[in-house]
Design a protein around this ligand. Structure first.
Ligand code: GUN
Length: 281
């Protein structure tokens, strides 16, 4: 039995829906991506977003800025994009150079144009179980959980990673669905104490092989959000082995897993922002 969740298939079906809606409504949403510096991984992620955006019929403008741009200059550019009615979505690729404070940049983006859903307005709404724009990786996770028809009510979940943009939104989502959630990190002293008890493990720690066969419960479901480079290859945070695959129920691969879901969810967010801005149903 294939225990690998087919994220490509789930992502493609969402992509089709977005594409059909854009075609049907004859609209052309515009996303402005801002990249500061030339970080290799960021360039790769941005190129993937541009490729999917173009397939969907979205207009994407890439603003490439020098690593030495000041925070004030970046804030000015964001304000221009906020004020431009032709712009429906704004994404500032993270991480930013050390002299720029990401929290200030995230809050400077008009939340009505925040495709990432990182603005405290959106995070707060998710926290109080009245979500609007959900951070794209969390949204991607929710699509997977829906696709595998996992009833979250009453299950034991373990989330490893507590970032504001991935771990904490996922924790809020699971709590809203009445799961019992342990929140861990790669510093958790006895991680397996938590993972061994979990029906659902979501790992977003950025630590290769953090979770292995010995640490998981039989028939558990594992969603791996880690992206690491190991011996020149991209791997997640889960140590895949035949023994592990035999023991668990389902898992997401890396690459070809959550990453695909994050990108399509980003464009789903863009379409929803477009509709709110234009008051379309
Ligand atoms: N860097 C890595 N992933 C992301 C993302 O989803 N959004 C932004 N803005 N930066 C990122």
């Amino acid at each position: 039995m294939n225990k690998k969740i087919n994220c490509r298939e789930i992502a493609n079906s969402i992509k089709l829906k977005i594409k059909d809606e854009i075609l049907e409504q004859k609209i052309n949403p515009c996303l402005e991506i801002i990249q500061v510096g030339t970080d290799f991984a960021s360039t790769k992620y941005i190129n993937n977003k541009i490729k999917v955006g173009e397939e969907l019929g979205v207009k994407i403008v890439l603003n490439k800025l020098s690593e030495t741009i000041t925070q004030r200059q970046l804030l000015k550019l964001i304000q221009e994009k906020n004020d431009n009615p032709e712009v429906n979505g704004i994404l500032v690729q993270l991480p930013l150079p050390k002299h720029i404070e990401p929290k200030i940049i995230i809050e400077a983006i008009d939340y009505n144009k925040d495709v990432d859903g990182f603005h405290p307005h959106h995070l707060g709404k998710l926290f109080i179980d009245n979500p609007s724009i959900v951070p794209a990786t969390c949204r991607g996770v929710t699509h997977i959980l829906d696709a595998i028809e996992l009833d979250l009510c009453g299950i034991d979940a373990c989330v490893i990673g507590k970032s504001n943009i991935v771990g904490k939104p996922i924790v809020s989502y699971l709590l809203n669905k009445n799961a019992s959630v342990s929140v861990c990190s790669k510093s958790t002293k006895n991680l397996s104490q938590y993972t061994k008890n979990a029906d659902l493990i979501i790992i977003a720690a950025g630590a290769p092989d953090l979770v292995n066969y010995h640490m998981v419960k039989k028939n558990s479901i594992i969603l791996d959000i880690g992206i690491n480079e190991k011996n020149g290859k991209i791997t997640g945070d889960l140590a895949i082995s035949d023994k592990l695959i035999n023991k668990i129920k389902l898992y997401t691969p890396v690459p070809g897993g959550i990453g695909l879901m994050t990108i399509v969810s980003l464009f789903e967010n863009l379409l929803n922002l477009y509709k709110t801005q234009n008051k379309r149903k």
